[in-house]
Every structure is written in structure tokens, then in C-alpha cells.
Design a protein around this ligand. Structure first.
Ligand SMILES: Cc1ncc(COP(=O)(O)O)c(C=O)c1O
Length: 492
């Protein structure tokens, strides 16, 4: 199946909104790094399963067996997706994204090797791959990136080696993202694994921004020293909203210790005075009733993506990335963050930028209200990275850092606009963003006059409002349900 076949099969591609100038146009969704749209085919598989819905912890009735089988199948899809070896690796699901799993791994790995009290993370990490390690490790050391702000690149391998040497015998694991959620910059995770393993450290990879966009096998060459020890990802960034977070982990990291979470489904027996944890994977790691429907939806999405081919998906996205990159770079007044040399520093389909003299909040609001372009703005839960990227330009602002209101004055400039691509992104989505950026740069005063900052500092249009409940009202949707139910009153 070609990626093109899949790219039309998403829910919400024809969503339309009325804009500030009264036009009703199609939404241009360029916020896939936050959450992707739903792959209809994957949702369909989960919906079909609903007819049989039951709990996996029941054993003997038809429905329970069907759901258990489908849930097992979802685990197999996760293992296959990263080319894991089912004999040595385990896949398990938890929470609503990878945050739950990164917290879990941080606790588990700290307990497993307390004598190794150091964890290395990179400067570009999302808070989800930073704060759990800060909380559970004795010490977190930040790895530098190549280059200097704002032209920062990927994780600096030479610096990594030096840090591993400096903390020889103390590094428990290295926790890095496969690609940044801010700049899309790709890290050489298998090279990082080879270096870390030479020092006895494990490697935990946050693949949330990578797996939907490019192939990421646990091992790239077959050489065991290059194999990633743990990979985590979020189903809602893989075209399966409502699905759990997923982890694929080398079993040896989890065996012989009590799982971090305990409860039903992960024990062989429980007495008043004790309990015996099952040796079975993934049951040990999945206490409680799992999100079976979400996991099956995710499994189906992974399967469909593999059929379309991640190499081909990546190649198609790279073409669009280049189009977006070239279009933005050609506009005088656009600053793109991170090394702009795509050959030297490869990226996935995410670009963070600012427009000269325009606050990121204003740009994102205008793109939405006048161009129907959905982008994210701010610091993207990666504050240290964004601040580092912005440092050179924040220095040039004429703001006295000692002034009482310095923080408030800096605030509108501490952030960026992020455009991110998905399998469904079309050329006209990118054109809409470029048209918006072009017009903003041409008429900054016109747009500035249309907006004001509210008491919380958020950008608000002076006259145009589109309250969420007028666009989608759960009560109205419920009203339609009630109409259907009432129409059936006579047969109840
Ligand atoms: C790189 C990265 N890591 C972790 C997360 C956290 O994922 P979640 O909120 O799904 O747990 C995100 C979410 O944006 C991310 O982009």
C-alpha cells in the first residue's frame, strides 16, 4: 500500500471553521507534533472490537477471549514496529502517552541500579524525558548539543563520551529523544547507544516525535552494542487518539525485580500476608484493567503505517519539510531555530520559527483566525531548550533584566511558533502557513491593532470570538443522542 492511499483516510481532513473575516474554510492542521489526527482505518478496527467488548481479565467467555487475543495482537504490533525480538523484548502499555512510561522507567531503573546514581539527558528533551529522571535519579547531567544558539544541532557525541568518562561507573542510563518536539532535529540514537554501552550505561529513547515519521528499529545494524534498551512513545502522536503510551523494553531490565505498579492482573496469587508477582510478560507490567480499545487502535495504526512503509512515509514528509523550510527561509524576517542545514543536521517534519517584531502568540492567533492554520506556540514543554535557542535574541531586547516587570516584558518574546507535519499534510496546508507568515510580515501594524492582551497576557482578538461551544458543544451532541433514544421509546 502506498502512503498516498493512507493519507486520505483520516478523520477531520475536511473540518471547516468560520474565520474572523467571515470566510468559512478548511482547517490546515499543522500541529501534529502535539497530537495527530485519527487514522480512520485504525479506529474502525477498534470500533469493530467494541461489539465484543469485555475485560481481558475474564477468561472463558467468548468476548473475553476475543478481547484478550486482540490486546495480545496490539503488543505484537508494537514489537514488530521497532523490529524487537519477542524472546528478549517486551511491549507494554500505560497511561495516555509516554509520560507515564518515562516516569515508570525512571523509578524502575533507579531502583534496579542504585549504585549508578547519574542519568544523562540532553538539552533538547521534552519535560517528560527530563523531570522523571530529576525526581528519581541521584543526579541528572545535561548533554550539550553541537553548534551554538540559535544554530544548535543534535546531541554532541564527543561531549557525550567525555561526560561518560567523567562519570565512569556512575551512569545508570542515557535518556534522549529520537527527534526534538521543537525543531524536529534527529539524534543519532544508535551511536549514542554504542557509546553508552561501552560505559555500562543503558539507553532509554523517547521516540514520541519519531515513530510516525521515520523507521526506527531497536537496532540499526544488528550489532548488539547499538541496540536501544528501551523505547517509549505516545499513541496519540501515531494517529491513534485515545490510545495509551507504549514501551518496548529489553526484558532483562525488568526481570527479577518487583514491577513499579502493583494490583490486579500481575500476580499469580495473593494471600492476606503476601503475594506472588507473575513471571509472565507483559502482564507483570500492566496492573489493572488495560485500555484495550486504545491499544488495539494503536496496534492497527502501527500495522497500517508499516504496510505503507516508514521509509516511503519519511521520504514523502522530507519533501514537504523542504518545501516548508525553503518557503519560510525565503521570507525576509523569518527566524528558523536549530541548524538550518538539513544535510548536516537532519530533521523530521517539525519547524519552530518566529517572525521579526511579532510575538509568537500574536502570530499563532492570526494564523488561526485569518488563515485557518492550526499551529502551536510557546515553549512546547521544552523550556531549557527553547530558552537556549532564544538566548541570542533575548539579549538584544532592550529590557533591563533588573527591572521589576522584566519577566512580564520578556514573556511575549519567550517562545516560538511551531508547524509540524503529518501523513495527511497537503501542499496547500503549507501554502496557507506561508501566506499567513507573508501577510503578517507585510502588515504587522494592521494585525497588531486587531488584538489586545488579556489580563493573563493571552492574545485576544478585539472583536472576533469563536467560543469552543459554538464550534462543538458536547451538550448539543448529546441532544442528538437523546433524539435518537427518544425515537426508540416505543420499542424499549
Ligand atoms: C518528545 C516528546 N516527549 C514526550 C512527550 C510527552 O508525551 P505525552 O504527553 O503523550 O505523554 C511529548 C509530547 O509532546 C514529546 O513531544
Amino acid at each position: 500500500m502506498a502512503p498516498d492511499t493512507l493519507r486520505w483516510d483520516f478523520i477531520g481532513l475536511d473540518t471547516r471553521y468560520r474565520l474572523a473575516d467571515g470566510r468559512v474554510t478548511r482547517r490546515h492542521y499543522l500541529d501534529s507534533a502535539a497530537s495527530t489526527l485519527a487514522l480512520r482505518g485504525a479506529r474502525q478496527v477498534a470500533d469493530e472490537l467494541l461489539r465484543h467488548y469485555a475485560n481481558t481479565h475474564s477468561d472463558l467467555h467468548f468476548s473475553a477471549r476475543i478481547v484478550s487475543h486482540a490486546y495480545d495482537w496490539a503488543h505484537v504490533q508494537a514489537l514488530k514496529f521497532v523490529r524487537a525480538d519477542p524472546g528478549r523484548h517486551v511491549a507494554f502499555f500505560a497511561g495516555s502517552g509516554c509520560t507515564a512510561l518515562l516516569n515508570r522507567l525512571a523509578r524502575t531503573l533507579a531502583a534496579r541500579r542504585p549504585e549508578r546514581d547519574v542519568v544523562l539527558v540532553s538539552l533538547m528533551e521534552h519535560h517528560a524525558n527530563d523531570l522523571p529522571h530529576r525526581r528519581h535519579a541521584g543526579q541528572v547531567v545535561r548533554l550539550p548539543l553541537t553548534g551554538a544558539a540559535p544554530v544548535l544541532g543534535a546531541i554532541d557525541l564527543a561531549a557525550l563520551e567525555q561526560v561518560l568518562e567523567r562519570y565512569r561507573g556512575r551512569v545508570n542510563y542515557v535518556a534522549v529523544s529520537a527527534a526534538s518536539n521543537v525543531t524536529g532535529i534527529v539524534n543519532p540514537v544508535h551511536d549514542i547507544a554504542a557509546l553508552a554501552h561501552a560505559f555500562g550505561a543503558w539507553v532509554v529513547v523517547d521516540a514520541s516525535q519519531a515513530l510516525a515519521h521515520a523507521p526506527l528499529p531497536l537496532c540499526d545494524t544488528g550489532s548488539p552494542d547499538r541496540e536501544l534498551d528501551a523505547v517509549v512513545f505516545s499513541g496519540h502522536k501515531l494517529y491513534a487518539p485515545g490510545s495509551p503510551g507504549a514501551a518496548v523494553v529489553r526484558r532483562a531490565l525488568l526481570e527479577d525485580t518487583e514491577p513499579d505498579e502493583v494490583g490486579g492482573g500481575m500476580v499469580d496469587d495473593v494471600q492476606q500476608s503476601g503475594y506472588q508477582v507473575t513471571a509472565r510478560f507483559p502482564d507483570r507490567e500492566e496492573a489493572g484493567t488495560p485500555n484495550t480499545l486504545g491499544a488495539v487502535q494503536l496496534g492497527a495504526a502501527l500495522n497500517l503505517l508499516q504496510r505503507a512503509g516508514l521509509t516511503r512515509i519519511h521520504a514523502a514528509e522530507q519533501q514537504q519539510l523542504q518545501r516548508l523550510f525553503a518557503g519560510l527561509s525565503a521570507l525576509p524576517g523569518v527566524r528558523i531555530y536549530g541548524d538550518p542545514d538539513l544535510q548536516r543536521t537532519p530533521r523530521l517534519g517539525t519547524v519552530a520559527f518566529n517572525l521579526d517584531g511579532l510575538e509568537h502568540g500574536l502570530v499563532a492567533a492570526v494564523l488561526n483566525d485569518y488563515f485557518n492554520v492550526a499551529v502551536r506556540n510557546g515553549c512546547f514543554c521544552a523550556h531549557p531548550y527553547v530558552r537556549e535557542l532564544l538566548k541570542p535574541e533575548l539579549w538584544t531586547l532592550d529590557i533591563d533584566p533588573d527591572a521589576e516587570d522584566a519577566a512580564a516584558m520578556l514573556e511575549p518574546w519567550q517562545g516560538m511558533v511551531r508547524a509540524s507535519l503529518g501523513l495527511y499534510t497537503r501542499d496547500d496546508d503549507i501554502e496557507a502557513l506561508l501566506a499567513g507568515a507573508r501577510d503578517l510580515l507585510a502588515r504587522p501594524d494592521h494585525y497588531r491593532a486587531l488584538y489586545r492582551a488579556d489580563a493573563d497576557g493571552h492574545v485576544q482578538h478585539r472583536t472576533f470570538t469563536a467560543p469552543a461551544e459554538t464550534l462543538f458543544d458536547p451538550e448539543a451532541a448529546l441532544g442528538r443522542v437523546l433524539a435518537r433514544l427518544n425515537a426508540r421509546d416505543d420499542v424499549l
